[in-house]
Design a protein around this ligand. Structure first.
Ligand code: T1G
Length: 643
């Protein structure tokens, strides 16, 4: 195995180069190699200083998240290394570029000088993993940029641009060649003999004004106990203000260890990898590449077609939008320009950028003008005869190798694919809603793997999270949502109110959905339920316990997820979690319905499903789930080849 870090000598200058593709993540092995390279620098007194740089596409993008589940994982070796870097008697500079995140920022903070490439981004995303920075980020960052700015970065988890990082003082300078600039800065520091800036020896510059921010963070954390990282961050920043560095380090380390084992962090780390696994297409030949997409066609200038056109224009992809009605094209054009104008008014786009994006979308009434498109999204209404007619036309008009994507939400994609006459190039797409980031990509019985790969790759270019679904009524998301909605109605018939049901669904003590079923799916009203119950002779109960509502909302969804897996509609359990966390408001800190099922335990879920099945004859417990429960296995671990 090649070394992931090495010391290179450039005359009297040391260069510690890290090379751990794809993002120079700090795996335990990489930390060992970095420490060995740094030891070589410490031992070679002929070197006047050191530059730490990375090969590949980015400086260190953080700790190796995959290693956090290892029982032996600890930040101690890395933290010890950082202390030695900071304590070095000779100048150490970091040459920064790409996405410098988490442990990457912490490595840079241990250095005495930080030089960044314009366009680099900096962030402390640990909160998105249910963690806090575990390598002194909560102690060094506020000592460099202040408590206020550090609190925003660490609690928000969002990255900042290099200009802002420079303005905050997170980086000392921007340079078109950060490596060369870092080398020069080290030489200059060595020659000048000026004292080296060691952050652990400083105090946060805004410590006196930090109390309000610290109090606000603690209050916010108290309101969201289901995200314990918030309280841990507040306590660690408080220690950075009020206690010596070593004590703050201990506060952070203890909190990090506790959070690593927390249900919320395990769930969020599961979603991180599940989203990336969902992009992988089984059956792809080795080295298969997505088909090139330069030209996109959109057939149908309704809401879906307009949303898609805006998304592609925002990704700098040109769009030919076709509609037979001038009025529809005019409405779409107006909506596109209004959306772009809003972005300009919010300062997110310049006028020129908006004009460029608007110009990328060309409207026409002629289907023949889709002949050059690399992919055509058919976005006509959900009417099978119309879809079949359009599919037939597109099968003739589209060039060889072009992909035809039908925006079906419940219709049989296989029938539409057959109507194109080129089913290998045809698939379905279903966006749960324009606002959510999910795109279900529906694979037909004959859809080619590279066609799927192309659309999954294209989805990430337009900021969507793609999940591949097989053909069934409602695919993955809507099929499970139907079960969720049905039980919502049944609960109202039995006597629960929409408010109580939504209250349980949205309560973090139960599920923590962004919106309950009555808000999200049906606007059922109690009066309707009372009338309906009367008509069907349903004996309504005066009150229904919250736990029963919780079980009857969640467990049938889990049961449907098991059926979806058993039928091969979803390739992986994690794909189902991604559908619901990215597309239906299921809290990511729960990991998704499948992950949550394993947290509860399949035996408990099956026992409760059996209980309700005895009360109602429309419940059928999934044989797969019953089998896994009997074996004491997890639904998340199920694999098709393990039937
Ligand atoms: N650990 C392990 N694998 C990672 C990784 C990481 N930090 N970041 C990316 N990968 C893998 C990813 O799974 C995928 O693998 C491939 O790299 C490309 O990623 C110590 C404790 C850097 C902006 O949270 O935000 O530091 O699917 O598809 O879209 O105190 O990856 O190809 O096999 O996302 O170009 C903090 C998480 C960790 C950064 C690149 N750092 N990563 O985006 O590529 S905690 C993060 C990202 C920490 C310290 C604490 C993005 C990216 P595969 P990708 P991308």
């Amino acid at each position: 195995m090649p070394k992931r870090a090495e010391l290179i000598r450039e005359g009297d200058l040391g260069v510690l180069r890290i090379d751990n593709p794809p993002v120079n993540a700090l795996s335990p092995e990489t930390v060992v190699d970095i420490a060995a390279a740094f030891e070589a620098f410490e031992a070679d007194q002929s070197l006047v200083g050191l530059v730490i740089e990375c090969a590949g596409r980015t400086f260190v993008a953080g700790g190796d998240i995959a290693s956090f589940d290892q029982p032996s994982f600890s930040t101690a070796p890395f933290n010890t290394l950082l202390a030695r870097i900071e304590a070095a008697g000779r100048p150490v500079a970091a040459a920064l570029f790409g996405t410098v995140l988490g442990g990457g920022v912490e490595l840079a903070l241990a250095c005495h000088i930080r030089i960044a490439l314009p366009g680099a981004r900096f962030g402390m995303p640990e909160i998105t993993l249910g963690l806090l920075p575990g390598s002194l980020g909560t102690q060094r960052l506020p000592r460099l940029i202040g408590v206020e700015a550090a609190a925003v970065m660490i609690s928000g988890g969002k990255s900042i641009a290099s200009d802002e990082a420079h303005a905050l003082g997170l980086v000392d300078a921007l340079a078109d060649n950060p490596g060369a600039a870092a080398r020069e800065a080290v030489r200059h520091a060595a020659e000048s003999g000026a004292p080296l800036r060691r952050l652990s020896a400083l105090s946060p510059p805004d410590a006196a004004a930090a109390e309000a921010r610290l109090a606000q963070m603690k209050a916010d954390a108290a309101r969201r106990p289901h995200l314990p990282a918030l309280a841990a961050i507040a306590a660690s920043l408080d220690a950075a203000v009020h206690r010596p560095f070593a004590e703050g380090e201990a506060v952070e380390a203890s909190a990090f260890r506790a959070l690593l084992a927390s249900p919320a962090s395990r769930a969020l780390r599961h979603v991180f990898f599940a989203e990336r696994a969902a992009r992988r297409i089984p059956g792809l030949p080795e080295g298969a590449r997505p088909r090139g997409v330069l030209q996109v066609g959109v057939l149908g200038a309704g809401e879906m077609g307009t949303e898609m056109s805006i998304a592609f224009a925002n990704a700098n992809i040109s769009v030919t939008m076709v509609d037979a009605a001038d009025a529809a094209l005019a409405r779409a054009r107006a909506a596109i320009d209004e959306t772009l104008a809003t972005e300009v008014s919010r300062g997110r786009l310049s006028e020129a950028e908006a004009a460029l994006r608007s110009g990328l979308v060309r409207g026409t009434k002629h289907v023949s003008e889709l002949a050059d498109a690399d992919i055509v999204f058919e976005a006509v209404s959900e009417d099978m005869p119309l879809k079949l007619d359009v599919a037939c036309k597109l099968g003739v008009v589209c060039k060889a190798g072009a992909i035809i994507a039908t925006s079906a939400s419940t219709l049989d994609v296989n029938r539409i694919a057959a109507a194109t006459g080129r089913p290998r190039d045809c698939l379905g797409v279903n966006a749960s809603s324009p606002t959510h980031g999910l795109l279900e990509v529906v694979r037909g019985a004959e859809t080619a793997a590279d066609a799927l790969q192309t659309v999954v790759h294209l989805a990430s270019r337009i900021g969507k999270t793609a999940v591949v679904s097989g053909v069934c009524h409602g695919f993955i998301g809507a099929r499970m949502a139907e079960v969720y909605a049905r039980e919502n109605d049944a609960l109202q018939l039995d006597g629960a109110t929409p408010e109580q049901i939504d209250g349980v669904a949205e309560n973090p003590q139960w599920i923590g959905m962004k919106m309950g079923p009555s808000g999200m799916l049906t606007a059922a009203r109690t009066a309707l339920a009372i009338e309906l119950a009367g008509r069907h002779g349903v004996a309504r109960r005066a009150s229904i316990p919250d736990r029963e509502i919780f079980e009857r909302l969640l467990y049938p969804m889990i049961n449907e997820a098991a059926e979806i897996l058993a039928e091969g509609i979803a390739w992986r359990p994690g794909d189902i979690d991604v559908v619901w966390t990215a597309g239906y408001g299921f809290p990511a800190w729960r990991g998704g319905p499948v992950f949550m099922a394993d947290e509860i335990g399949l035996r408990e879920v099956v026992a409760r499903l059996d209980h309700y099945a005895r009360l109602r004859n429309d419940w059928r417990v999934s044989p797969l789930m019953r089998r896994l429960a009997e074996r004491g296995e997890r639904l998340s671990d199920w694999r098709r080849d393990k039937i």
